[in-house]
Design a binder for this molecule. Structure first.
Ligand SMILES: Nc1ncnc2c1ncn2[C@@H]1O[C@H](COP(=O)(O)OP(=O)(O)OP(=O)(O)O)[C@@H](O)[C@H]1O
Ligand SMILES: [Mg+2]
Length: 508
């Protein structure tokens, strides 16, 4: 795409400071009308902050923003919407207690002489949603919807405002494969209508599929804008991190390593569902120092399996769980933790983080006993423990006392990993640990897993990205509809074989 046309958005020397953190520093680049412009960068590079400025969420900044040839300074999202800019946030931003239609028309309710025209709004909402291949009821409460559907409601909302410029901040990070495919089709359709899209993602293949141009930010600074056809994933990665990312060296799993965890015929019922079970007869062995990958499509039972092992499942599973030969039936994660199991959960906002607390609290919450003497928490030790994790995981934060909410999404995830590390687990359960984590941090996490495995920690890991699972695992088991449908050693596993097993259905 040539920039012969006037840019639709021109970002001029934009800067933004949060206390001592320079989130954006003298950033300038242009967005062309009708293009899909990807913005990439490590966790904390300033992507979301810039998007909040473009969409009027963040009004206090240095520099200039030009939209359609006009110098603007938005003092709220309404101002941005008036100029045709809408945003779909990284952490979805809806009123869960309101209906779908109410969310779509929030602040612009259709009213007649006798009050709100509820049926008119429902009708229009239904129409907008059907354009997005969705038959969600306009009367459903948003809080009852899956994340993928909530996101469609946000897109419908943007459409209802006739957005010419749509900003999507990591839109696929919580979607199932089918939802991702649907989102791509919706994006295609929006583009045919001439909508300009600014797209943030950590997924390289996705960016190379969708984008016309890619802008890289690093540490709040503009690095470069490249046409997709003139660059490669490797170059973009290099620009993001400022160095080449070295693949981690694989350890050799020692022969005859003892079994640390054994699962025999684990089943988890699913009352009220036609299938009847979430997990059925799952058996596996995990050895000391081994990394066992669990593959499967969304809904195959990966998270449920890890939750059963962690005592975090709402229903009591059937079957046997043996840790170092001893049978256990955890009913609460605290029991699992006492037996040396730690877990990094998938949904960090709902399960993982204490949003009103500091980085330090969030890192040390599970290991306070270690820092306490006679029940008194020793602040200094706690501070040091948190600091050590901040250093070793390269968590980007002003310090242990910063509010957890002041961290970028990926850095929040690293805090949860740090928390697990502090409990010095024997068995580590990682449920899609790199979701929303940038490539540099991913490489660090792989190295960390390597190091832990070499120290003897047994690791069970799931991932929404198959190449990642192939990289880190000694063995891979595949789940489909709650059952084990495949089992591969490292040297025989391929994406093809795993996908075949993941879509296989066993007879009921
Ligand atoms: N409200 C805030 N208060 C303090 N610091 C903030 C705030 N919002 C962002 N920051 C800081 O600004 C920097 C940029 O954060 P931003 O959320 O823009 O990163 P990002 O590129 O979107 O990262 P990610 O890929 O993890 O989502 C980070 O260092 C972050 O900690
Ligand atoms: Mg972000």
């Amino acid at each position: 795409m040539q920039l012969a046309t006037e840019p639709i958005i021109s970002i001029r020397s934009i800067g933004k400071q949060f206390g001592a953190v320079q989130a954006l520093d003298d950033v300038s680049f242009d967005i062309a009308p009708g293009e899909l412009h990807a913005v990439m960068g490590e966790n904390g590079a300033g992507k979301s902050t810039l998007m909040k400025i473009l969409s009027g969420v963040q009004g206090d900044y240095a520099g200039e923003l030009w939209v359609k040839g006009q110098l603007v300074r938005f003092s709220g999202t309404r101002d941005a919407e008036a100029m045709g800019i809408s945003i779909i946030h990284q952490e979805l931003n809806m009123v869960e207690q309101l209906t779908v239609a109410a969310n779509i028309f929030l602040g612009r309710e259709i009213a007649g002489w006798a009050g709100l025209k509820q049926s008119e709004m429902n009708l229009q909402a239904r129409q907008l949603l059907s354009e997005l291949e969705s038959n969600i009821s306009p009367r459903a409460l948003v809080g009852s919807l899956r994340v993928g559907d909530q996101q469609l409601v946000e897109i419908a909302k943007a459409l209802s405002r006739r957005a010419e410029i749509l900003i999507m901040d990591e839109p696929t990070s919580a979607l199932t494969e089918t939802e991702v495919a649907r989102l791509y089709r919706v994006i295609d359709r929006l583009r045919q209508r001439g909508v300009t899209i600014i797209y943030i993602s950590h997924k390289m293949d996705e960016v190379f599929r969708l984008a016309d141009r890619i802008t890289v930010l690093r540490d709040g600074r503009f690095v470069q804008t490249l046409h997709k056809s003139d660059t490669s994933a490797r170059q973009i990665a290099h620009l993001m991190v400022g160095r080449d990312i070295e693949p981690s060296v694989r350890h050799q799993l020692p022969a005859g390593a003892p079994v640390v965890l054994e699962v025999k015929n684990l089943s988890l019922p699913w009352p009220g569902h036609s299938r009847g079970w979430r997990l059925r007869n799952v058996s596996l062995q995990l050895h000391r120092g081994e990394v066992l990958g669990i593959a499967g499509l969304m809904g195959a039972g990966r998270t449920e399996l890890l939750e059963c092992l962690f005592g975090a499942s709402s229903l009591q599973p059937q079957g046997n769980i043996l840790i170092e030969g001893r049978q256990h039936a955890f009913t609460h994660p605290s029991q699992a933790m006492q037996s040396g199991i730690a877990m990094v959960t998938e949904d960090r906002k709902r399960l993982g983080l204490f949003l009103h607390q500091t980085v330090r609290d969030n890192i040390t919450v599970c290991s306070l006993q270690e820092a306490s003497q006679w029940g008194v928490v020793n602040r200094t030790q706690e501070y040091q423990a948190a600091n050590a994790q901040i250093k070793s995981l390269h968590i980007k934060t002003a310090g242990p006392e910063a509010a957890i909410t002041s961290l970028s999404g990926g850095n929040q995830q690293k805090c949860i990993i740090g928390r697990c590390m502090l409990t010095r687990p024997k068995i580590l359960l990682l449920d899609d640990p790199t979701r929303g984590v940038d490539i540099g941090a991913k490489a660090e996490l792989y190295r960390l897993m390597e190091q832990l495995a070499a120290e003897g920690v047994a690791i069970l890991v799931t991932s929404s990205e198959l190449p990642e699972l192939l990289t880190v695992s000694d063995r891979i088991i595949v789940l489909s509809e709650g059952e084990v449908t495949g089992h591969f050693n490292r040297d025989e596993a391929t994406e093809q074989k795993i996908m075949e097993a993941a879509t296989r259905q066993l007879p009921a």
